[in-house]
Design a protein. Structure first.
Length: 78
């Protein structure tokens, strides 16, 4: 059985991941009984975290995702 905790960051407007597929994944992971935290960032598209993609980069969303990742890791690794 998995001992993992799961964190997901998703763009609101991502042609590669639909809202339905994200919800399905989240529910499937929650079914494992392990911790799951998923976040969707409004107004963002795929590559919103990539500074070298100025057409998609969203600094506010990227910073929030990074802050949430650090908090998640601190909580899970302590």
């Amino acid at each position: 059985a998995s001992q993992a905790a799961f964190l997901g960051h998703f763009a609101e407007k991502d042609p590669y991941e639909t809202a339905e597929s994200i919800q399905t994944l989240e529910q499937n992971l929650k079914g494992t009984g392990r911790p799951v935290e998923f976040f969707t960032y409004p107004g963002t598209g795929h590559w919103f975290f990539e500074q070298d993609r100025p057409d998609a980069y969203n600094s506010a969303a990227a910073q929030l995702a990074w802050d949430r990742t650090r908090t998640f890791l601190q909580k899970q690794l302590m």
